[in-house]
Design a protein around this ligand. Structure first.
Ligand code: 6PG
Length: 236
């Protein structure tokens, strides 16, 4: 089931999303002594990450993972790791110990399958949960074609039920990517998909219209999902 939250505009959507992440981090630290959060890439979550820097006052035992990563060097502006560095990490107040950031090491090393396998090993070693590591919070984006993370329409990766992380050739540049797969995405205690802008209106409608491999984000309905959309992208 996908719960829809409509925010007035992109800024309000970003703030609502940042508040969700901060609340999930606080609850996980309180209840389990640590928080494991997977983050989205792309442009939309940048403002959420900027706001999030001021909403969490203790990042110790907070582990940040990536729902997907582009196969470029981690210091490339196109990498999702670089997005996090220039938004959240660059705004942490002085003296605050930073979160543990689990980069997709080797993403830009020219061997995406090896980088994906290594990230799966890190997920399994670093996040509690058997047989599937259980994220506390999973923030995902929504592509105009209905993709999420780097799970693109009708991609064979959508049928993956064993591996937690795979290499894909996506339809959004940079094309070579590493992505978490549905088993680990759906196992999260909470999933939020954040989107904004009229360009995403079709994808929002398609995501809410029922599960279809043509619209990978619609397959998240099997999890505990909230879709946060601004008015421009929300159904009228
Ligand atoms: C990525 C993202 C991807 C993104 C959507 C939306 O690495 O590109 O993880 O899934 O969330 O493509 O991207 P925008 O927010 O830039 O529209």
């Amino acid at each position: 089931m996908i719960a829809l939250t409509v925010a007035e505009d992109a800024e309000a959507a970003a703030r609502t999303c940042a508040e969700r992440v901060a609340a999930a981090i606080a609850a996980a630290r309180r209840e389990r002594g640590a928080a494991h959060v997977a983050l989205a890439g792309g442009r939309t979550p940048a403002r959420t990450y900027e706001l999030l820097a001021g909403l969490v006052d203790d990042w110790s035992d907070v582990h940040l993972w990536f729902g997907d990563e582009r196969c470029v060097p981690l210091d490339d502006p196109g990498s999702n790791h670089h997005l996090l560095a220039r938004t959240l990490l660059a705004r942490l107040p002085d003296g605050v110990s930073p979160p543990v950031v689990h980069a997709v090491e080797g993403a830009g090393g020219g061997d995406p399958p090896a980088a994906a396998a290594a990230y799966e090993r890190a997920l399994r070693a670093g996040i509690p949960g058997e047989p599937i590591p259980r994220l506390d919070f999973n923030l995902l984006g929504l592509g105009e074609d209905g993709h999420t993370a780097s799970l693109f329409p009708d991609d064979p990766a959508l049928a993956e039920r064993e591996r937690l992380c795979v290499a894909v050739h996506g339809s959004k540049p940079p094309f070579e990517r590493v992505t978490l797969t549905l088993p680990v995405l759906l196992a999260a205690r909470a999933i939020v998909v954040l989107t904004a802008g009229t360009g995403k209106a079709w994808a929002v409608g398609a995501m809410l219209a029922g599960p279809s491999a043509r619209v990978p984000a619609s397959l998240l309905a099997d999890g505990a999902v909230e879709l946060i959309a601004d008015r421009a992208s929300a159904p009228t």
